[in-house]
Structure formats: structure tokens, C-alpha cells
Design a protein around this ligand. Sequence first.
Ligand code: IPM
Ligand code: MN
Length: 352
Amino acid sequence: MKIAVIGGDGTGPEVTQEALKVLDAVSKIENFTYQLTNLDWGSQRYLKTGEIIPEGGLETLRSHDAIFLGAVGHPDVTPGVIEKGLLLTLRFKLDQYINLRPVKLYPGVETPLAGKSSKDIDFVVVRENTEDLYAGIGGFLKKDTPDEVATQTAIYSRKGCQRWLKWAFEFTRKRNNPKGKRLTLVAKTNVLTFGHDLVWRTFQDVAKEFPDVEADYNHVDACCMWMVKNPEYYDVIATTNMFGDIITDLGAIIQGGMGVAAGGNINPDPGGTSMYEPMGGSAPKYTGQNVINPIAAIGAMAMLLEHGGQPNAGRRVLSAIQAVTGAKMKSQAAGKMGYSTTQVGDLVCQAL
Ligand code: IPM
Ligand code: MN
């Protein structure tokens, strides 16, 4: 397995180090080899060279099986520049059309939802990752005048819907939830009567190939209520890019916050290169203090292994994480874990 590693900014490299430590340990137990390519991409490099992705960078990434991304974002760089120039560019250029965001409350982790425990919060969001409002289509008319108009166009293509929804149904089938296989499409068909009509029609079409999976539907506003009131209802959610962005932060907080939530940007096509990342930011104020929570990064590594051809290693890492959150860590908040960043990494290695 060839893995490109972008530690990135702030605490990104610190949590990446722990994920790599766990990778090293699990590769010995599960008996596989891998090769790492360290890339110094991020704000530091951008501030020095004005370049976010160096020339030939995409080709370098394409020659790898997977990418591990720590975090990007720096106080000296205008918000959005690195996010767009690195994260969103890679999602589009590498056609990572699935954004996979598990919402799983690990044992021992506190949720802000009263009366809910780890058996209630365990679902996965399959967010479309290349269309919708993220396509970057729009413009200004009469800019900087009182008559200014701005447009930002959401696009949905039949092919884009088909490939994403098919993957979501297949994923739901494979997940094989003992409570029943249910895929809930989350959209807004009552208002977005063109775009989400195409999404809805495609969903119904694809559903015919998966009679064993319940094809369910929620409007996005209702979904926000259910995620808080009855998270146990959900098995897998398929949703469009922008709504997916919003509900996955809601998901992250009910699973214990940004120290825990991990995600994958997946190109499932043959030869595709996927990218895995902890969802938290670069947390500049904690940089170099050895206090940031590496669990999300280690969780992202578990996803990389699971989807990158080492599923047994992925499952082993996931169980080790749960042993550590369940029996060792005091909290998932930075500086309150009862252990340092490196100690949490060591504990996960021991629990493998
Ligand atoms: C996410 C993030 C990104 C997004 C940002 C950093 C551009 O919030 O992965 O959910 O909006 O998709
Ligand atoms: Mn987001």
C-alpha cells in the first residue's frame, strides 16, 4: 500500500504522527507492508512559495493508493484559501465523489444528547462530494455597487446521482445492520423541486436494484430533529453535498466532537485515490503542546485501512480505539484527556 501523507498545519502533524504510529503497529500484527510519501503541503509552504499544490502534485497523488491528511488552516492565511486550494481541489481533481462520515459514539465518550448511549448513536452519512453548491458555479453582476447581484448555482447530474446513490445502497447492504438495512435519503424535495427531484427519481430507480434495503426519505430539516431526538432510527443516510456538510457537523458533536470524528473522501472507481482525514481543524492554539486528541486521526487511519484493502487491520484499530475511549480516557477534549497526545497513541497501540 502506497500512502501519501499530508500532515498539514497546526496540530495536523501531531495527530498524523499518532495515526502513523498505529499504522506501523497494526501492520506488524496483521502482516502487511506499506510505503509512505511525506508531503509538506499546507499553509507554511503556501506562505513561503505562494503554491498550494506544487506542480506535478496531482500526478504524485494519483500514483498512491491513499492519502492521509492531518489538518489545514493557518491564522496568517485568509480563511477558505487553503480549504479551497487543497481540500476541495483534491476532492474534485481526484473525483472523490463519496464523503463518508461515520457517526459512532464510542464507549465511554460523552454525548450532549440526554439519555443516549453508544448503542443509540451508530450510523453513517454518505455525502455526495463533487456536485451541488460546491461545484463553484456562479458570479457577480454589478459588483461593489448598490445594485449588486450574486449567484451560486447548485448542480446535480444524473450520472453523479447514480454513482453516489448506488455506492450508498451497496454500502448499506454490506454494512448489514442487524436492526435492518435502511438507507435514508436526506434532501429537500418539497422546495428544491428541480435539483432534488432528479436526486429523488434517481434514488427510486437505483432502489429497485436493492430490494433487501429499505429505501427511506427525510427532509433535511426533519432529519436535524431526528438526529437529536431519535438518532437510533438511522442506519445509513445518503445526502447531497451542502446538506451533508451541515448535518455531519451535527453528527460530529453527538458522537463526542471534533476530537473523535473522522471522514473519508473516496473515489471508489478502479485506480481511484481516496483521502482520509480527522474532521477537526488545525487548532493553532494547541500546536506543539502535546494535548490535542489523536482519536479522530487514528479513526481516519482505521477507515483508510478498511477501505484501502486491509479491512482486518481497520477493524482491529477501531476496536483498539474503543478499548481506549471506554476504559482509559477521561474526556475527548484537548487537554482534558487524562493523557497526552502521544500517550493516547501509545494506548491505542497497546490495545491492538
Ligand atoms: C468538511 C469541511 C469542508 C467542507 C470545508 C473545510 C471546506 O467542512 O469536510 O465537512 O465544507 O466540505
Ligand atoms: Mn464540514
